[in-house]
Design a protein around this ligand. Sequence first.
Ligand code: ZN
Length: 212
Amino acid sequence: MSACVYCHHDRGRRSCPVLGGLISTTCCGRHRGVEIACPSQCRYFKEHEEYQRARLSLGFHEAWLKATAQIYDKHQSELLNWIIFFEISIYEYFHRNTRGTDEDLIEAFSFVKHKLSPLEIIETVGSELERHLWASTQAYLKSHPELDENLAKAGIEVFEALIRMLKGPAEPRQALHGLLGHIETYIGVPEEIAKASKESPVETPKIILPGR
Ligand SMILES: [Zn+2]
């Protein structure tokens, strides 16, 4: 038997395109998209991801509707538009990057909120996700003068509350799956992303013979 390339203990059963060998089903399930930056077209990543997003999208949608009901009632369209933009910006990031957890999102929200407070000085450059969200926030504020820093923060806090509420102890990407599924099912994937996704075929990892 060939041992898993990740834990060197269990039997390796799936060809992992990142680690270049056979990974156990447990390690693949536990670490894909968390410690392992899977290619988005790897079938083990893709099939699980699609299943989880579809499964968790309704729960996210219902919580989202509740969280935004007051904003909707008050006709705060500038805030609602920002909320949708921000969520799509998260989606864009996870279209290009497969790795990230609910905790990473919460940290990134706090990074952007600190950046929006002119009196607070941030020393760190931030993670790739943090830099991405901050760059899109800055661009949005520039082109939407009706949205000020405080309102922008209020929008981010909506997501912070949703992620905190929907995350689970067993699955580090649970709330994120819901958010990404919410875009796909209820908000709509931006056209350029939808088009690009259709063009790339699913990658079936090559079978690696045991013992090699
Ligand atoms: Zn393993």
